[in-house]
Design a protein around this ligand. Sequence first.
Ligand code: SF4
Length: 322
Amino acid sequence: MINMMYYVFVTVLEVKNLNLGFNCECGFRQALFDVSFSLEKGRIHALVGESGCGKTISAMSILGLLPKTAKITGGEIIYNGENLLNKKNINKIRGSKIALIPQDPMTSLNPLYTIGNQLLEVINIHQGLKGEKAYKKAVEALEAVQIPCASERMNSYPHEFSGGMKQRAIIAMALACNAEILIADEPTTALDVTIQAQIMNLLNQIKPDTSILLITHDLALVGENADEVSVMYAGRIVENAPAKEFFENPSHPYSQALLRSLPSDRANKPETIQGQPPSIRQDISGCRFHPRCDRCMEICTDKIPVLENIGANHYRACFLCD
Ligand code: SF4
């Protein structure tokens, strides 16, 4: 008898056909084009691509933390059955239900307040706890992220914490609020390799309760930690697949080029991808990757490829037939 196991993942966040642009001195310029992805409970979904491809602005749209010049022109962000784009009081969700680990832990904490003060403020605002209960919760959160002597460290100022400890303190804030979703925007970029490993171990430990949207350009980190991968290029998702499938069968020429740019062994030198991602001021017809694609065909300069299913939960936007 064949013993088959099926896993059903519960979607906790769904971004559907998100379109966003910026008012620039040269007029309104589109930056995100029909961006769609979903985050499942207990999973790490990695959003990857070079800098300037739209990863961070997609994440900031979820939190409603957009610059004044940005304008969302279409789409939905569904959380708990509600479209966050229509929600008047997103502050109630931001920080408590959906938390952010920003790129730079060094500048994310207020240098004038102790770590304890900053944790207690978050717990007070998002959990409504005060006094001893709030203090206990703050110490527990610091312990959960393995800050040694947590109760004593409550009195430390950010400059007394190392980079890794600062990042852990920020994760502790998300844990203290029982955040259901954590948006980790390049959470380890500013840290050295051993601290990177500690932070990623910690994220893996909390993921059964807290689903994680991991924004990164570090494919090695993605390979070791993510469950699902979406590749962004110039404001579009060009490939989406479960992580194992993505690394075994990358299908979009841009994904393949990104993977070829990783150091593998001494015999195979990493390859560079010629050129740069386009700025939002550049008009590019057809496939936005075509000026850099070594497999570009006539159709690619004229028509826009859409995401299509090419295998089990594997999607790609490209005109290639293979
Ligand atoms: Fe390259 Fe054409 Fe595919 Fe774009 S659609 S990635 S240009 S082959």
